[in-house]
Design a protein around this ligand. Structure first.
Ligand SMILES: NC(=O)C1=CN([C@@H]2O[C@H](COP(=O)(O)OP(=O)(O)OC[C@H]3O[C@@H](n4cnc5c(N)ncnc54)[C@H](OP(=O)(O)O)[C@@H]3O)[C@@H](O)[C@H]2O)C=CC1
Ligand SMILES: O=C1OC[C@@H](O)[C@H](O)[C@H]1O
Length: 406
């Protein structure tokens, strides 16, 4: 019963957070959002309401009516629209930081433009279509002394950090295998969703697979050494245009080799079909870690604030031993150091770290340049193994930076 009350309290507060007084010590970081994207309220607008040093100040959308309605709905002061709206927002000197939730295939172009305009960037996952583009974005951020973060929000939550701490504690011995799944039932996404558009960086491995791969890399503290196998199922729209290119994976499964004889399996699916012609599948958001001395099952690593469980099964002398269930809605509950409340979403934890970094404080955790480049590199390796190949590189050519031009 108490956990049902906890669930209601967490979810209510996550969506209706207390609104603190703005910080008296530092000026709030003013965010501008590129695109009236579906994810923006959850990922930045609601978390910023509760952050005393962050405010969502501007939004740009291509369509004027959409931009105006979005701004009105979320109480956003400045609105930009039309074909130059995104650039006009970037040109506003009052804006400190950009949230970039554009389709994956536009991440590179608009992050490069935002950095060129001197803005910090909170960039949606996956960071770009190719690892080379990711490298260029981080290099420009470094050159300009700006913060760039790929928004792997789940990494900022205590639940995933608690699992990593158990692995690293040595309690269950040597790591053997990790499996991570992210799959949604058919009908979760509309047929015209950006995730099914190859040019925009679509595909299951890009969208949901990027989490599964990231989770494997994070929990093993390593990068794959090779892709053993990678198989995909194609997205086949009901009415394909003549120009339709079958490069978009509706689902992908891959087996990876990691250092020290560790292996991993990832599965992602944008539209899991019904079983027996009628039974819909449930969302799958779990990760299982097998170690010599036991198994850790993490249910819901992606949205742990809503609900998660960390089941730890220990083996005794080769036989099944004890089982315990842990929760880590806060760092204290997970026996870790860090600030937060049980109702903080992954996005609220992430915003805390982002603002800390911009303000010159040390964030509780971070996802750095090498991490983001490696994630995209291995996404590309998995696509290469499926035979589908990488998503297309952006046609955007950045203006030479002052440093490069000298
Ligand atoms: N961190 C997380 O939990 C999540 C992250 N994401 C990521 O966020 C990004 C956006 O996802 P989501 O919000 O679901 O997507 P939406 O389709 O809702 O938003 C994408 C935005 O991109 C803009 N856009 C600009 N050019 C194009 C174009 N050619 N075609 C389509 N849209 C265009 C649109 O803005 P405009 O308003 O100007 O028309 C639109 O609002 C993706 O990178 C995705 O991976 C998505 C969901 C969850
Ligand atoms: O968190 C998420 O859930 C649904 C996905 O399609 C999305 O892009 C992802 O970030």
């Amino acid at each position: 019963m108490s956990s049902a009350i906890g669930f209601v309290q967490r979810v209510f507060k996550a969506f209706n957070p207390p609104i603190p007084q703005p910080s008296a010590e530092t000026a709030p970081l003013k965010f501008g959002i590129l695109g009236a994207a579906a994810i923006a309220p959850l990922a930045i607008i609601t978390p910023a309401l509760n952050h005393p040093e962050a405010v969502v100040y501007a939004v740009a959308a291509r369509d004027k009516a959409k931009a105006t309605a979005f701004a009105k709905n979320y109480g956003i002061e400045r609105v930009y629209s039309g074909p130059n709206g995104y650039q006009e927002l970037l040109d506003n000197p009052e804006i400190d930081a950009i949230y970039n939730p554009l389709p994956n295939g536009l991440h590179y172009e608009w992050t490069m433009k935002a950095l060129a305009a001197g803005k910090h960037v909170l960039l949606e996952k996956p960071s770009a279509n190719t690892a080379e583009e990711t490298r260029q974005m981080f290099e420009l951020a470094e050159q300009k002394g700006l913060v760039l973060l790929e928004a792997f929000h789940y990494r900022f939550h205590p639940a995933i950090q608690r699992v990593k701490a158990i692995i690293e504690s040595g309690e269950l011995g040597k790591l053997k295998h990790i499996s991570a799944t992210m799959a949604m039932p058919r009908g979760f996404l509309k047929a015209n969703d950006i995730r099914f558009d190859y040019k925009l960086g679509g595909g299951a491995m890009m969208d949901m697979g990027c989490y599964t791969l990231n989770c494997i890399r994070y929990m093993s503290s390593s990068n794959p050494t090779s892709v053993f196998t990678a198989e995909h199922e194609l997205h086949t729209p009901a009415s394909a245009e003549a120009s339709f290119k079958p490069n978009v994976d509706r689902a992908t499964t891959a087996q990876l080799a990691l250092p020290n004889d560790v292996t991993a399996t990832l599965k992602c699916d944008l539209a899991t079909p019904v079983s027996y012609c009628i039974i819909p599948s449930l969302p799958q958001l779990s990760a299982t870690v097998t170690l010599e001395g036991g198994v850790i099952e993490l249910y819901n690593y992606v949205l742990p604030t809503v609900y998660h469980s960390i089941k730890v099964h220990t083996k005794a002398g080769g036989k099944a031993g004890k089982r315990r269930v842990e929760k880590a809605y806060t760092f204290a509950e997970g026996n870790l150091e860090g600030k937060g409340e049980a109702w903080w979403t992954t996005y609220r934890y992430q915003l805390e770290a982002f603002v800390d970094r911009v303000k010159g404080r040390t964030p509780q955790t971070w996802v750095d340049k090498d991490d983001s480049i490696a994630n995209l590199h291995w996404i590309e390796q998995i696509y290469a193994k499926t035979g589908l190949g990488s998503r297309p590189r952006s046609e955007f050519v950045p203006a030479q930076t002052e440093q490069a031009a000298e």
